[in-house]
Design a protein around this ligand. Structure first.
Ligand code: AMP
Ligand code: GLY
Length: 421
């Protein structure tokens, strides 16, 4: 089998490392991949958004199965284009990827089908949004409708901050077209849980739950980032809550998408908040999360390719999706300064032990030297029988990854540990 993975971050590296356990896979290509992925796959210099070129590559290189990992090619119809050329592909079609591509769509879907989420209003005109804010409860949450590289959500602690967010998005267009429509929603509180689920549009098989650490600084301070580390499973996500989420959120969402004529196949990501009124959806993503994937896939005992193909073929009900009962922790090294400006081009060295457990995100090859090229640079994952050991081991292994100007949080997993106690 010849596989193409579209994307080039830590998530894609984790997918590729998991696929490599399958002996039937003879070659894995990554487009564009990165300098670290190049150790495990053949990187091809085609960007994740160059859909015509990706399809041409897959077609001429006799790709048996393509996996589209990032949000933007999914929203742009990469899966539709692959399938139109007869290439089976993992991921939702564009008409289903809209569940992440438009927050207004997602919110309206939840309202229409009674799926629990924060109360909200949508606006296409700044004056209306500003008028609404005069009496809105504070804190409030302002969200750009479209994709905004994970930066389109502002938690406004004051009315003035909320007004500024509306003006930035709707008048100054800081997110381009993504901010021409916005959602203003109720501020919710409670522990957050990420649940990634495989679905073929009929059956939903959730993966092990996880906890992201979105803020840049220790103790959840500082700016929001793409994610500084993860642990799995998430101790807040009890069997009881899992059952409730399946009945009230996961199955109703998949059924709602079918009713709308937008059958979702692939990985549906539920960003949940466990509020005092029960679990509510904070966001849907139409793909694997990053860095959730870096703790979830190391715990997957079933063959990843088989499960992915089952989502495409509609055979998920008959396919085992088994996770280990162990614990995983992933610690991200970033370029100091991220998510704001940072220096890049520093050489990365890794002990061979660390390399086995490390997924590379923002790095490229210069000659045969691996150098930093992005904000999030590497993620190192350890799996152990208990959470304490997974955290300790992830930090120990992460010590084996070195580059100048490196920064990591020192408290990944601590909140989860406290929750267990
Ligand atoms: P998102 O980009 O939608 O994942 O939002 C980023 C982060 O903002 C989430 O992980 C939450 O921590 C926070 N957030 C989003 N919506 C709300 C809300 N309605 N209430 C409280 N926090 C929120
Ligand atoms: N870690 C959050 C996301 O992938 O969107």
């Amino acid at each position: 089998m010849r596989i193409l993975v579209v994307g080039g971050g830590g998530r894609e590296h984790a997918i590729i490392k998991a696929l490599k356990k399958n002996p039937n896979i003879t070659e894995i290509f990554a487009a564009p991949g990165n300098g670290g992925i190049a150790q495990d796959a053949t990187c091809v210099p085609i960007g994740a958004l160059e859909i015509d070129k990706l399809v041409e590559f897959a077609y001429t290189n006799k790709i048996d199965y393509a996996i589209v990992a990032p949000d933007d090619p999914l929203v742009l119809g990469c899966v539709d284009a692959m399938e139109a050329h007869g290439i089976p592909c993992f991921g939702p079609c564009a008409n289903a990827a809209i569940i992440e591509g438009s927050k207004v769509f997602a919110k309206d879907l939840m309202k229409k089908y009674g799926i629990p989420t924060a109360k909200y209003e949508t606006f296409t005109c700044a004056a209306d949004a500003l008028a609404y804010l005069e009496n809105a409860p504070i804190p409030t949450v302002v969200k750009a409708d479209g994709l905004a590289l994970g930066k389109g959500v502002i938690i406004a602690q004051t009315r003035e901050e909320a007004r500024r967010a509306v003006r930035d998005m709707m008048e100054d267009g800081i997110f381009g077209k993504s901010g021409s429509r916005i959602v203003i929603e109720e501020f919710l509180t409670g522990p957050e849980v990420s649940v990634l689920a495989f679905t073929d549009g009929k059956t939903v098989k959730p993966m092990v739950s996880s906890m992201d650490h979105k803020r840049a600084g220790d103790h959840d301070t500082g700016l929001n980032t793409g994610g500084m580390g993860t642990v799995a499973p998430n101790p807040y996500y009890t069997e009881f809550i899992a059952q409730q989420c399946m009945e009230e959120i996961f199955l109703p969402t998949v059924a709602a998408m079918n009713t709308e004529g937008r059958t979702f196949k692939g990985c549906l990501y539920f960003g949940l908040m466990l509020t005092p009124d029960g679990p509510k959806v904070i966001e849907y993503n139409c793909r694997f999360g990053d860095p959730e994937t870096q703790v979830v896939l190391p715990l997957l005992e079933s063959d990843l390719l088989t499960v992915m193909q089952a989502t495409t073929n509609g055979t998920l009900a008959e396919t085992d999706v088994v996770f280990s009962k162990k614990h995983a922790c992933c610690v991200i090294w970033t370029s100091s300064g991220y998510p704001k400006a940072y220096q890049k081009g520093y050489e990365i060295t890794m002990t061979s032990e660390a390399a086995k457990h490390t997924y590379v995100a923002g790095a490229k090859l210069e000659g045969n030297k691996l150098v930093t090229s992005g904000g999030r640079v590497t993620g190192t994952t350890a799996v152990a029988d208990c959470l304490e050991d997974a955290i300790r081991e992830a930090y120990r292994l992460s010590d084996g990854v070195c580059f100048e100007n490196a920064y990591r949080r020192s408290d990944i997993g601590q909140r989860a540990l406290q929750a267990k106690q």
